[in-house]
Design a protein around this ligand. Structure first.
Ligand code: LMR
Length: 331
């Protein structure tokens, strides 16, 4: 039998040992995404993990789940807010339910190229959008690029009339639905992980995406034509729940903020190279003809799709649209 004083000492000792063991537990950051590892987002996520492993060993443990293996794009926001996942990099097209202003990025033919997108994202207006969902407990940490979107189908799409009556898979975005309605096509929202099957079985006839996503999801194998329309963009917002991010110990958050900056620079510097490489892989596969548009043909798509802007101008804000348009002029 232990004497009472002795018992108290053992107790205190075991509590303090337990306390230090608990303090030593690393903070687990699950980073879930829906694309393959060999994509701009996949590579950015791996770089984030690498840097965190190197700089915060034993304090932070990053687990990356690619290819919708943990959550698909239909569940990832809910999972983030419930704390089942800590970081996601969600397509800017998929924030309709949380903020109207981010719909800006889906407006067809708004940005001439990714350099313009980048200028806008780094501007005061672009940075403000990262904070536009704070009231919903969502903190935007950074923008990550994928690239310009192209159109695909099993018939050549050269002029808008070619899309008439075809069913196109879209991300869950009201703007993108209107974009396809504007060319008399039928938009069909669909989560990313089932697009290949949807195209293969003919549930949808076509889609839009970047070369990176076409190639890594093998969508080119079931699409005979890709039109290099560069009509819109697919970029991401890297987000965490505000509760999680603001609740991190300050020294860890400071280091993670730096890591976000570096992983962002890496993902963004790889994005164009990966898209060009995957375009070449698609050509090499010989499954898909890549159609270039003449300036007149591209203009015809622009003329049909641009009226979509007016439908969303009020909710997005005319000044924001103007600021984004202005980013097409390099300073
Ligand atoms: C899509 O659904 O097509 C994209 O948002 C997937 C992605 O995350 O790149």
């Amino acid at each position: 039998m232990l004497k009472p004083l002795c018992k108290a000492l053992v107790c205190t000792l075991s509590f303090s040992l337990l306390g230090s063991a608990m303090a030593a537990e690393p903070i687990v950051i699950k980073f879930s995404h829906v694309v393959a590892e060999q994509t701009p987002k996949g590579q950015g996520a791996l770089m984030f993990k690498k840097l965190a492993d190197e700089r915060l060993p034993g304090r932070v443990k990053v687990e990356v789940y690619p290819n919708s293996t943990l959550f698909g794009d239909d569940k990832e926001m809910e999972a983030l807010l419930l704390g089942d996942v800590q970081i996601i990099a969600r397509s800017l097209a998929k924030f309709d339910q949380y903020t109207r202003s981010v719909q800006l990025f889906d407006l067809p033919f708004l940005f001439n190229d990714i350099a313009a997108v980048d200028r806008f994202q780094q501007s005061a207006e672009g940075q403000k959008l990262l904070k536009s969902m704070e009231s919903k407990n969502v903190t935007g940490l950074a923008y990550w690029h994928n690239g310009m979107k192209q159109l695909s189908a099993n018939k050549p799409l050269r002029v808008p009339e070619d899309a008439r009556g075809l069913k196109f898979r879209v991300q869950s975005s009201a703007v993108l639905e209107e974009q396809f309605k504007a060319v008399s096509a039928i938009p069909q929202p669909m989560i990313f992980s089932v697009v290949y099957q949807g195209l293969r079985t003919g549930l949808v006839n076509g889609t839009e995406n970047t070369y990176s996503n076409f190639y890594n999801q093998k969508q080119h194998q079931v699409q005979k034509y890709i039109t290099e329309s560069n009509h819109g963009i697919l970029d991401y917002m890297l987000i965490a729940s505000s509760d999680f991010w603001n609740g991190l110990p300050p020294d860890i958050r400071t280091e993670l903020d730096k890591i976000v900056v570096e992983a962002t620079a890496y993902a963004n510097s790889e994005a164009d190279r990966l898209n060009q490489q995957d375009k070449q892989f698609i050509l090499d596969a010989g499954t898909t003809e890549i159609i270039s548009l003449t300036p007149q043909q591209r203009n015809a798509w622009r003329e049909k799709m641009k009226p979509v802007w007016a439908k969303f101008e009020k909710e997005i804000g005319p000044d924001l649209i103007k600021a984004a348009e202005a980013s097409n002029q390099a300073q």
